[in-house]
Design a binder for this molecule. Structure first.
Ligand code: PLP
Length: 354
């Protein structure tokens, strides 16, 4: 039985993407070589890289607007320091909404001064702070659009007169936004794009070249842009699979189309959490994430029964992050509505057994 995969990442990918990716591992482009064996400088792979880069910009509505897309290595965690190395001259403002923002702040502090404009840390990161000011003389403002671990999501972004940098690792390509508001977006591939191994970075080129420090070449966005995202050997499998997912999304109707499905899945999930007296949501309602629903089972005595039922229904990966506990249902783009319905069915069946 194919499992309902609610994992937080790496996570579910579209079936057709998995099929095409596995075919390419055996024989890429009908050329008698595996995707893993070909040169990254060969024309077929250069075409893949270019297509992935242009699809990313097209889907975000950023084509022809001064942005460049890169597929880099080192995960989103490397972006925590690359952002600071490339943009931080004196002081930057960070919004602290979870473990990943916290880590981004820690890395940036290595290079220069960081000011937390607001934080929800003392409340266990169960909400998104609002109503803070972003000083206009800072180098940039950094935020995390979706907090994978705590299940909160920024529904609105602040007015910002300085470059806005956003870690969109866990909700990229899942909802419509005015992406031109952002000057730098980064996202690890392993949620809504493909396997771990590459990170999408979308940069407005004119924010670069303003810091006085020397930047090591591999950490320098400008170098990566100048080399067409091929400064060094790229992770070919991760980039190819990401390209397939972006094609899949485009064929579905783009972000607008998937957003409707994502909203529906979140509605079904959260209404069960709210109506079923056995469960309690973790994050405050207005800031709930459409990607990661976090909740707890109120009566611990039912834990074993619930988990046996989940197993029998083929539900995978809903254990909460170790720092929060409880459960987390991750509902990324490739997760079908039917999987959410299967989970909700188990939750309501548990109610009849309580
Ligand atoms: N940022 C967010 C929002 C994440 O969810 C994660 C990982 O789950 C990361 C950053 C770190 O990503 P990576 O493991 O690619 O470094």
């Amino acid at each position: 039985m194919k499992k309902h995969n609610f994992s937080a990442g790496p996570c579910i990918l579209p079936q057709e993407v998995l099929l095409k990716a596995s075919e390419a591992v055996m024989d890429f482009n009908n050329e008698g070589l595996s995707l893993l064996e070909i040169s990254h400088r060969s024309k077929p792979f250069v075409d893949v890289m270019e297509k992935a880069r242009s699809l990313a910009l097209e889907l975000l509505g950023l084509e022809g607007k001064g942005y460049k897309a890169l597929f880099l290595q080192g995960g989103a965690s490397t972006q925590f320091l690359m952002v600071a190395l490339n943009l931080l001259e004196k002081r930057a403002g960070y919004l602290n909404t979870g473990t990943w923002s916290d880590k981004a702040i820690k890395e940036a502090k290595i290079y220069d001064d960081v000011y937390e404009v607001a934080s929800s840390k003392s409340a266990g990161f169960n909400y998104i702070p609002k109503g803070y000011d972003i000083p206009s003389d800072y180098d940039y403002f950094h935020c995390t659009s979706n907090n994978t671990i705590f299940g909160t999501q920024m529904k609105a972004f602040p007015k910002c007169d300085i470059p806005m940098v956003c870690d969109m690792s866990s909700d990229i390509f899942s909802r419509t936004l005015d992406f031109t508001k952002f000057d730098l977006i980064y996202a690890g591939a392993q949620k809504n794009m493909g396997p771990a191994g590459t990170t999408l970075v979308v940069i407005k080129e004119d924010i670069l070249g303003k810091v006085s420090r020397k930047i090591p070449s591999i950490m320098d966005y400008k170098q990566h842009i100048d080399k067409g995202s091929m400064y060094n050997t790229p992770p070919v499998f991760a980039v190819y699979t990401t390209m397939l997912t972006l094609e899949w999304l485009k064929n579905l109707g783009g972000i607008k189309a998937i957003e409707k499905v994502n909203e529906m899945k979140a509605r079904v999930m959260y209404s069960e959490i709210d109506l079923n007296p056995l469960f309690k949501g973790y994050s405050v309602k207005e800031d709930r994430s459409n990607m990661n629903a976090t909740f707890t089972l109120i009566n611990d005595n039912l834990k074993d029964t619930f988990e046996t039922m989940l197993k029998e229904a083929g539900i995978n990966g809903i254990n909460g992050h170790r720092s929060v506990g409880g459960y987390r249902a991750s509902m990324y783009n490739a997760l079908p509505l039917d999987s959410v319905k299967a989970l909700v069915e188990v939750m309501s069946e548990l109610e009849t057994k309580a």
